[in-house]
Design a binder for this molecule. Structure first.
Ligand SMILES: [Zn+2]
Length: 303
C-alpha cells in the first residue's frame, strides 16, 4: 500500500476501509451497547449511519474511536495515519498541514490523536521473561539553545527506555530520574524473570535485585569483549539515536506535556520495524478503537 491508494482520496473507500478494520466479518457491533442487531440507515442525511435495534442509538465508523467528533474527512485521517506510520523520524504538524490541506491546529491535534491510538496498540503485557535480557537506560532530549535568541533554552527532558533485546521497546518521559520513579516504571513494565541490563547509575541498584539477574554495563569496550558481547546497552542506544534524530530533525521542540505521546510514536514504529508501512498503519487504525482524546483534555495538559 502507498499513498496513491484510493482510500487516501475517496471518502467512500476510506469509510469502507475503516469499517472492515473495525468489523472484519462485515457485521458491525454497536459501540454503545455491544449488540450485533444493527442496520444501515437509509436516506441521504443518514449516510454512513447505523442504527442499533437494541439500544436504538445511532453510530458511525467513527463512534467510540479517536476520530469521533472530528470533522476531518476519513480519507485524510487515513492519509495522516499512513504518513506517520511510514515516516521513520515522524512528521511535524507543519508538514502535515501542507500535505493534508488542513489548518495547523487541525493537523497538530490530528497527529496527537493518532499518537494516542498508538498507545498499547500492540498490547501492554510485560516486557521480557525467562532467559530474556531487558535493557533499561536513560537519555536527555531537547534543550538546544540554538535559534532561540529571545527565549531561554528549554531544559533537557529525560526519557527512560526499557528495551528487550531483539524485541520491543517502551519509553517514558520521566520528570525526575530517581530510584523511586525508575523502579515504578521497571516493575510495572518488565517481567521479574528477566535479566536486567543497566548502566552503573545508582537508580538501578536496588530494583536490580528484584529481577532474575542484573548486569551493570561499565562503558568500556574491553568489558564488552570479555563478556562475549553480553554486557552492553546497544539496543537502548540504537532506539535513542532514532528518537533523537526525530527530535532534532522533525519535532525540534517537544513540549514536556506531550513528550510521552511522542515516545509512544517512536515505540510503535520501533516495535513494528519488521512490518511494511501498510501493516503498521493497520495496527494504528485498530488502536484508535476504544480511545478518546478531546481537545479540552489535550489543551489542559499543555497549559
Ligand atoms: Zn446499541
Amino acid at each position: 500500500m502507498n499513498i496513491t491508494d484510493p482510500i487516501f482520496h475517496d471518502e467512500a473507500k476510506a469509510e469502507r476501509h475503516i469499517f472492515l478494520s473495525r468489523w472484519p466479518d462485515g457485521e458491525p457491533t454497536c459501540p454503545h451497547c455491544g449488540s450485533t442487531r444493527t442496520r444501515v440507515m437509509g436516506g441521504k442525511t443518514q449516510a454512513g449511519m447505523f442504527l442499533c435495534n437494541d439500544c436504538r442509538d445511532k453510530f458511525t465508523v467513527r463512534t467510540g474511536t479517536v476520530m469521533e467528533r472530528s470533522h476531518v474527512p476519513l480519507h485524510k485521517w487515513l492519509l495522516a495515519t499512513h504518513l506517520l506510520a511510514a515516516s521513520k523520524k515522524g512528521m511535524s504538524a507543519k508538514q502535515m498541514e501542507r500535505m493534508l490541506g488542513v489548518t495547523y491546529k487541525t493537523a497538530w491535534f490530528l497527529c496527537h490523536r493518532i499518537r494516542e491510538a498508538m498507545d498499547g496498540a500492540l498490547g501492554d503485557g510485560p516486557l521480557g521473561g525467562p532467559n530474556t535480557v531487558v535493557e533499561a537506560d536513560e537519555t536527555y532530549v531537547g534543550g538546544k539553545a540554538k535559534n532561540r535568541a529571545t527565549r531561554k533554552p528549554a531544559a533537557k527532558k529525560a526519557v527512560v527506555a526499557l528495551v528487550e533485546r531483539e524485541g520491543h521497546v517502551r519509553s517514558f518521559h520521566v520528570a525526575n530520574v530517581n530510584a523511586k520513579h525508575v523502579r515504578g516504571l521497571i516493575v510495572t513494565n518488565v517481567d521479574r524473570a528477566s535479566h536486567l541490563m543497566t548502566d552503573e547509575s545508582m537508580v538501578y541498584t536496588r530494583v536490580g535485585r528484584e529481577f532474575a539477574g542484573h548486569s551493570v554495563v561499565n562503558h568500556s569496550a574491553k568489558e564488552y569483549v570479555t563478556t562475549g558481547g553480553f554486557k552492553h546497552s546497544n539496543t537502548a542506544e540504537n532506539f535513542f539515536s532514532v528518537l533523537k534524530r526525530g527530535v532534532i530533525g522533525t519535532y525540534h521542540h517537544m513540549s514536556e506535556a506531550h513528550l510521552g505521546r511522542y515516545c509512544r510514536e517512536f515505540d510503535l514504529r520501533y516495535n513494528t520495524r519488521q512490518m511494511d508501512d501498510g501493516s503498521r498503519a493497520a495496527v494504528i487504525l485498530k488502536g484508535m478503537e476504544g480511545k478518546r482524546l478531546t481537545y479540552r483534555r489535550i489543551d489542559k495538559l499543555a497549559a
